[in-house]
Design a protein. Structure first.
Length: 258
């Protein structure tokens, strides 16, 4: 500050000089094309590596866009989500628990159940591929095996035979000959049936409570009082006293136990 006060003219001269020189430096610099900063070029080239990287980017974007569907179709997500939704309908609590809670619980239970499968995929496929020990095709085949084993364990032979007949394929000699395009829909159909069977068993006790409450109200002449308003507290009380969440979550997780 003391130097500025002693030599104000010197600082003013330097400021004027910078104002004069900066536009010349900017004009002398070569123009930068914003399109060159990030460009995906599919033109013909002698280097096949450029096209390979481009195709990998498109494949990666495609997989990421289909990731939610893949997560739902080849894991235990379907069964858990349907059972929890049917449980909410059986209790008759409208939107409680809310959809966010149902989906969140289903998602974390899916991660918990599928952890051994993901660990196998990571050890046998992902890690060797990242270490350049496997090609992308070999890594995909290695990753497919544990997922197929999980789906085959929970797929009914009847559903698998149905889709094999629809696809007009001959009966496979072993499990490895079952194509994945047939295995995935067969697994989904089996999961839907299992989920609805569990949901039906959950509906029975709550349905009995509704019938008893409706009969009592009818015998008392309270026909204008909705039975749901009276039965809901009883259903919630019984569900809490029986520790329903513990039983249902435990049963769902154990149904996928190896």
């Amino acid at each position: 500050m003391m130097f500025w006060r002693k030599h104000p003219r010197m600082w003013l001269a330097l400021l004027v000089l910078l104002c004069l020189v900066m536009p010349q430096w900017a004009a002398a610099a070569p123009p930068v094309d914003p399109g060159n900063l990030l460009r995906i070029d599919m033109a013909q080239t002698e280097d096949p590596g450029k096209v390979s990287v481009t195709m990998q980017i498109f494949l990666l974007l495609t997989v990421l866009s289909l990731a939610p569907s893949i997560l739902i179709m080849v894991t235990c997500f379907t069964r858990i989500a349907i059972v929890l939704s049917l449980l909410r309908q059986a209790i008759g609590s409208n939107q409680l628990p809310p959809n966010q809670i149902i989906v969140g619980l289903t998602l974390f239970l899916t991660f918990f159940i599928m952890t051994p499968v993901w660990q196998t995929v990571n050890e046998e496929a992902l890690t060797p591929y990242l270490n350049n020990q496997l090609s992308s095709v070999e890594a995909l085949k290695k990753a497919e095996k544990p997922i197929r084993a999980f789906m085959l364990k929970h797929t009914r032979e009847k559903d698998l035979s149905l889709l094999m007949d629809i696809a007009k394929r001959s009966r496979p000699k072993n499990i490895d000959e079952v194509p994945t395009t047939v295995l995935v829909p067969s697994f989904i159909i089996s999961e839907l049936k299992t989920a609805f069977q569990i949901g039906f068993m959950l509906y029975i006790p709550f349905l009995i409570i509704d019938m008893v409450v409706a009969s009592v109200l009818l015998s008392m002449g309270m026909m204008m009082l909705p039975p749901v308003m009276v039965s809901l507290p009883f259903k919630l009380m019984i569900f809490v006293l029986a520790d329903g969440w513990y039983l249902i979550v435990g049963s769902l997780v154990k149904s996928f136990a190896p």
